[in-house]
Design a protein around this ligand. Structure first.
Ligand SMILES: [Zn+2]
Length: 259
């Protein structure tokens, strides 16, 4: 594969919905598969797009369950496969990720660390397989990282969960694609430093000058058309809503009908 490809595995915000698992994205280049977040239900849907043990590395934005709880399920799969336990793969996450995964199954740290190699995230750049990954702190009640992933000139930024954030604008500066959370509608009470509304997401995209905006972390009780409508106007580039199975790459600007 010459270009990076991003597949939306799950885009439901805060908890899984009837049509989507919680947050999960699959990035592929040169046969390397990087999963970003592994929320509720995502491990099942992920298997439609990648072999169960074909994942090379995982990045976890933060330790809220809707972004990481299926790491517990993936540990079970890697531990108990009939062919014997699988070798560890890297999991890049906030400090405490190993303990969180151990808690999911009441397991010891040692058993969890035998299946995953945990790498503490800090703001800055790192190489993960063929990807250049930049992480920075977002504005959320627990330590949360947004990511910028670059490969062969294609630049993708992901907000994870965040309230209004200058760091997100910096991370997304000039990116070809911003996957930005849009958890709230205008008439809902949006606690500060927690999540973005659709309009705020669009404002961040406009400030960063991104080439395309895909709204994600869509909470099941929100009306999708309203989410899209409230973002329109604040950002003038191509704008769409994430859907499970949506594939994005350097050549794909999602038509506005993908709603
Ligand atoms: Zn969160």
């Amino acid at each position: 594969m010459a270009a990076m490809q991003l597949t939306v595995i799950g885009c439901s915000g805060s908890f899984p919905g009837p049509d989507s698992p919680a947050s999960c994205y699959l990035l592929e280049a040169e046969g390397f598969r990087l999963v970003i977040d592994l929320g509720n239900g995502a491990l099942g849907a992920l298997q439609r797009h990648a072999e169960l043990f074909g994942i090379d590395a995982i990045c976890v934005s933060h330790l809220h369950a809707d972004h990481c709880v299926d790491l517990g399920a993936y540990w079970v799969a890697r531990q108990y496969t009939s062919e014997g336990p699988r070798p560890p793969i890297p999991v890049h996450g906030p400090r405490g990720t190993a303990a969180r995964v151990a808690d999911f199954g009441g397991e010891s740290l040692a058993r969890v660390q035998a299946r995953f190699t945990f790498c503490d995230l800090d703001p800055g750049e790192r190489r993960i397989g063929p990807f250049r990954v930049t992480a920075d702190h977002m504005n959320h009640p627990v330590e949360t990282f947004g990511f910028r992933v670059e490969y062969a000139g294609w630049r993708v930024a992901y907000s994870a969960d965040t309230g209004e954030s200058d760091a997100l604008v910096r991370l997304a500066e000039g990116a070809d694609l911003l996957l930005c959370e849009a958890s709230f509608l205008a008439d809902q009470v949006n606690q500060a430093n927690l999540h973005l509304s659709a309009k705020q997401a669009a404002e961040h995209a406009a400030r960063a000058g991104v080439g395309q905006l895909v709204l994600t972390h869509l909470v099941p009780w929100n009306d999708r058309e309203r989410t899209l409508a409230e973002a329109t106007g604040a950002y003038r580039g191509p704008l769409s809503l994430a859907t499970p199975g949506l594939v994005l790459g350097p050549a794909s600007v999602v038509p506005s009908s993908t709603r």
